[in-house]
Design a protein around this ligand. Structure first.
Ligand SMILES: NC(=O)c1ccc[n+]([C@@H]2O[C@H](COP(=O)([O-])OP(=O)(O)OC[C@H]3O[C@@H](n4cnc5c(N)ncnc54)[C@H](OP(=O)(O)O)[C@@H]3O)[C@@H](O)[C@H]2O)c1
Length: 230
């Protein structure tokens, strides 16, 4: 039987890269995106992968919009949840001018939504023989690595996400929970000057995910498989 993955932020960037990868690999893919039915990237994939791709129109911060996904999870098992949707809202913002709303929005999307989705997915994950939750983190979450400051909302929200990953790994020993850094990647968030192409990052990330064992739960790794400092 084919495996099932759920990917948030699936219509572009790394989320689209994950979606294409797992479709090609024969997985059942639950793709979550805002205005999903209007996104050309997903429309095109639906034509090729009609039986494998299920598209869910949801804003990850709007609980009501996630209910169809919850219903889908009640009907089957889930092998892999990739909490990929994320925002970087405070590029080049000085601390003293940082609107607190930016901090709130960063936590809403980067922390609270992955928690809500993981809570909802737990029963479906429990039905899998090797359930994995992959949190899309960032090296910018690393306290040890932070020598350049700034990015208060982005950095602190991803650091919080890392801590949640670590606690999940402790509290749910049947689950593999990991925080992953994709590298600095050529997406809308990463910009065109980023050194890593989406394909290269996704090829590495999916290799890391495929190789995960239960003893790897709670780790913070990059797309090359290297363990990163907290
Ligand atoms: N690119 C990098 O260099 C880099 C480095 C480190 C970590 N990351 C992390 O990797 C993940 C993917 O990044 P990316 O580079 O692919 O970013 P991106 O190109 O900016 O794409 C972000 C994705 O998140 C979705 N999203 C944002 N808010 C959402 C919401 N409220 N509900 C549903 N979807 C929402 C967007 O959907 P819409 O299309 O609807 O806006 C989009 O699909 C993020 O978590 C990011 O923090 C990226």
């Amino acid at each position: 039987m084919s495996q099932t993955v759920c990917i948030t932020g699936a219509a572009r960037g790394l989320g689209l890269g994950y979606t294409e990868h797992y479709l090609k690999a024969g997985w059942q893919v639950l793709a979550v995106a805002r205005k999903a039915k209007e996104k050309d990237s997903l429309k095109k994939l639906t034509q090729t992968y009609r039986d494998q791709l299920e598209v869910f129109d949801a804003d990850v911060t709007q609980y009501e919009s996630l209910l169809p996904l919850r219903k889908r999870w009640e009907a089957g098992s889930l092998d892999l949840l990739i909490n990929n949707a994320g925002v970087l809202l405070d590029r080049h913002m000085d601390f003293e001018k940082l609107p607190l709303e930016i901090l709130r929005q960063s936590f809403e999307v980067n922390v609270i939504a992955p928690v809500a989705l993981t809570q909802m997915a737990l029963p479906a994950l429990q039905k899998s023989t090797k359930p994995i939750v992959a949190m899309m983190s960032s090296l910018m979450a690393s306290i040890t690595d932070n020598a350049s400051g700034g990015y208060y909302g982005y950095r602190s929200s991803k650091t919080a996400l890392n801590m949640i990953t670590r606690s999940l790994a402790t509290d749910y020993p049947w689950l593999i929970a990991v925080a992953l850094h994709p590298g600095w990647v050529q997406t809308e968030m990463g910009g065109s000057q980023a050194p890593t192409a989406v394909e290269e990052s996704i090829s590495g990330l999916t290799r890391v995910i495929a190789g995960l064992r239960s003893e790897d739960s709670g780790q913070f790794r990059n797309f090359k498989g290297q363990t990163l400092p907290w």
